[in-house]
Design a protein around this ligand. Structure first.
Ligand SMILES: NC(=O)C1=CN([C@@H]2O[C@H](COP(=O)(O)OP(=O)(O)OC[C@H]3O[C@@H](n4cnc5c(N)ncnc54)[C@H](O)[C@@H]3O)[C@@H](O)[C@H]2O)C=CC1
Ligand SMILES: O=C([O-])CC(=O)C(=O)O
Length: 327
């Protein structure tokens, strides 16, 4: 028997990330091949015709599990009764900008959308914020949706996680699937901290396998931190297909579980690791039964503490920068 359809809202539907993301969701990569999905697509009034074109292409794929599509410029229509939302719609940065420079341009969007989620989404909706600066936009969304559990509003650190996995695998001459227990802490920004201290590859400690701490500190960390800027430099546009892929990975794992494996997610802090409650911070997490658990009690050494504090301080500054908007 066919399952009842789930409703997934996606914002920024006419944009470049969605040109990949919508097709992945409709193909079953997020919820599974046996799960019908209704897409509820939000974009600005001036982008409605372009969304219509994307929907024509979705139709032309004849996806067996695409059970319906809603197109709207009204967040309350897009978020009505949804099971999940991927909030992509926001301005991307261009060459020379940092993601935090987008705060003033994008913060208001997430206040409005948080309020709409609060009013009309299912109470157990799973929300992933992709639009930059993703952590602080997720913080704004959660603060604007006080009736929804803050733990259900997350930010995307998975692209950083996947970028780190690829670089570690290439350096060690192994497959990404061989690696477990990488953690990306903090902000989706150049300050993020891709921590390999606990990582293993086929049961062996990854730092021992790589055996090059200088490479880790001086090449890997800046490379992953500045990867978004390198892509903008090369493509003239920010990453899109890899961002869509990371969004699918994040939601897929949250919905279906990770079999005990660690993934990195930006989640509202419960105060662990000394991160003030509510700050949306990248942490290692394990998912099962449609929920995630933060991996707790990991020790910090001097280097990791300094990396951790740097990215936390940046997020505290971003939080202070949006206090007036939320006040
Ligand atoms: N968290 C992450 O790892 C990543 C985040 N991003 C961010 O994702 C965002 C989207 O990137 P792209 O798709 O490349 O941008 P894009 O400019 O191609 O598309 C953005 C879309 O959002 C729409 N939009 C703007 N305001 C909106 C609103 N209030 N409601 C609904 N839709 C709205 C625009 O009309 C446009 O169609 C950017 O902020 C970008 O920086 C990009 C890559 C990775
Ligand atoms: O760098 C950007 O502006 C887009 C992004 O977040 C990424 O590629 O990580």
């Amino acid at each position: 028997m066919t399952k009842p359809a789930v409703r997934v809202a996606v914002t920024g539907a006419a944009g470049q990330i969605c040109y990949s993301l919508l097709f992945r969701i409709a193909n079953g990569d997020m919820y599974g091949k046996d799960q019908p999905v209704i897409l509820q697509l939000l974009d600005l009034p001036q982008a409605q015709a372009a969304v219509g074109g994307v929907v024509m292409e979705l139709e032309d794929c004849a996806f067996p599990n695409l059970a319906g599509v809603v197109i709207t410029d009204d967040p309350k229509v897009a978020f009505k009764d949804i099971d999940a939302a991927v909030l992509v719609g926001a301005r991307p940065r261009s060459k020379g900008m940092e993601r935090a420079d987008l705060l003033s341009a994008n913060a208001e969007i997430f206040k409005v959308q948080g309020k709409a989620l609060n009013e009309v989404a299912k109470r157990d909706v799973k929300v992933l914020v992709v639009g930059n600066p993703a952590n602080t936009n997720a913080y704004i969304t959660a603060k604007s949706a006080p009736d929804l559990p803050a733990k259900n509003i997350t930010a995307m650190l998975r692209l950083d996680h996947n970028r780190a996995l690829s670089q570690f695998a290439a350096k060690a001459g192994i497959a990404t699937a061989d690696i477990e227990k990488v953690a990306v802490w903090g902000n989706h920004s150049p300050t993020m901290y891709a921590d390999y201290r606990f990582a293993t590859a086929n049961g062996k400690p990854l730092p021992e396998l790589i055996n090059d701490e200088t490479w880790y500190r001086e090449t890997l960390l800046p490379k992953v931190g500045k990867r978004g800027a390198a892509i903008i430099e090369a493509r003239g546009l920010s990453s899109a297909a890899s961002a869509a892929n990371a969004a699918v990975d994040h939601m897929h794992d949250w919905i279906h579980g990770t079999d005990g494996k660690w993934v990195s997610m930006g989640v509202a802090s419960d105060g662990s690791y000394g991160v003030p409650e509510g700050i949306v911070f990248g942490v290692p997490a394990v998912c099962s039964g449609g929920a995630y658990e933060v991996v707790k009690g990991l020790p910090m050494d001097d280097f990791s503490k300094s990396m951790f504090d740097k990215t936390l301080n940046e997020l505290l500054e971003e939080r202070d920068g949006v206090a007036a908007l939320l006040g």
